[in-house]
Design a protein around this ligand. Structure first.
Ligand code: FES
Length: 108
């Protein structure tokens, strides 16, 4: 499979589904930014700014395990959830097909 579906839960709880390529080495952060979602990504994907914070609504169990660095960054956030991840640390791949995420980096 070269394309996967990524679902984004909007602030009004509707879902937007985007088709994402898995063969370009993109992270979820880069993909969402490229689709005009408002993610600052100040650190450029180094797990140092947490502005790419997403809460995974479904599909969390399919993701690769969180690294100590990613967790340490998330743990500084006031709005961390049990399924929080950094979008820059999630590389688009088959295991992310049909995942649903809510963008948290804007503080919502
Ligand atoms: S872009 Fe900075 S932590 Fe992900």
């Amino acid at each position: 499979m070269t394309d996967i579906n990524i679902n984004i839960q909007n602030p009004d709880n509707t879902i937007t589904t985007l088709v994402a390529p898995t063969d370009m080495g993109l992270s979820l952060m880069e993909f969402l930014k490229g689709n005009d979602y408002d993610i600052l990504a100040t650190c450029g994907g180094m797990a140092l700014c947490a502005t790419c914070h997403v809460s995974v609504i479904s599909g969390f169990e399919n993701l690769h395990e969180i690294s100590d660095d990613e967790y340490a960054m998330l743990d500084t956030l006031p709005n961390i959830t049990e399924t929080s991840r950094l979008g820059c640390q999630l590389k688009l791949a088959d295991n992310m097909n049909n995942i649903t995420v809510k963008i948290m980096g804007d503080g919502n």
